[in-house]
Design a protein around this ligand. Structure first.
Ligand SMILES: [Zn+2]
Ligand SMILES: [Zn+2]
Length: 185
């Protein structure tokens, strides 16, 4: 049976503000959280309210701050593993060469110098590769792919960034006139 289903978002309401890295502006920006009710629909008939969800929009460009996300740190896991394997292989070749006095990689020519050169080459490639991955990881963190925690200063919570009103409490500050929670993390 051909079933058309999907979801609607009902009653969108501004609910929170926080500082994030906007991947569209490429700047730290104020983001506004819009909370709405997620409702599943079947053949466009709403059937089941599921959850309240918060969508963040950049206060400057009105886009999702993560719209231009290009790389995630988790994507670097396999390159890091590969660099580790190269390093271990290089060490193994070196140790085997020293232990046996022969090049464990050499098929016909088992001279010791060949084994040492091979082991060092593997270690060097592994180190360079690992360094590259690390650099990419650090850049990724700087650009705030980890939710901006690394580079973006959080809101202080002293005043409401929308209306400028002074906040009275430091814990869980909330602007009652704007109806927003001011997220300081
Ligand atoms: Zn933006
Ligand atoms: Zn306010």
């Amino acid at each position: 049976m051909f079933l058309i289903h999907g979801h609607y978002k009902f009653l969108p309401k501004r609910s929170a503000v926080r500082n994030v890295w906007c991947t569209v502006c490429k700047q730290p920006r104020l983001a506004i959280g819009v909370r709405s009710l997620l409702v599943i629909h079947l053949f466009w008939i709403p059937v089941l309210p599921v959850a309240r969800v918060t969508d963040w929009v950049c206060a400057s460009c009105r886009n999702n701050p993560k719209a231009h996300l290009t790389a995630r740190p988790s994507a670097m896991r396999w390159p890091l593993v590969l660099a580790g394997i190269l390093l271990v292989a290089g060490l193994w070749v070196l140790l085997e060469t020293i232990r046996t006095g022969e090049d464990p990689l050499g098929v016909k020519d088992k001279r010791m110098s060949g084994g040492i050169a091979g082991g060092l080459a593997l270690l060097m490639v592994g180190t360079l590769f690992g360094w590259q991955v690390r650099r990419q990881l650090r850049r990724t963190a700087e650009l705030g792919f980890d939710d901006g925690k690394a580079a973006v200063a959080p809101l202080s919570g002293d005043t409401c960034p929308l209306c400028g009103e002074l906040m009275l409490t430091r814990d869980n500050p909330r602007c009652e006139s704007c109806q927003v929670d001011i997220q300081t993390r």
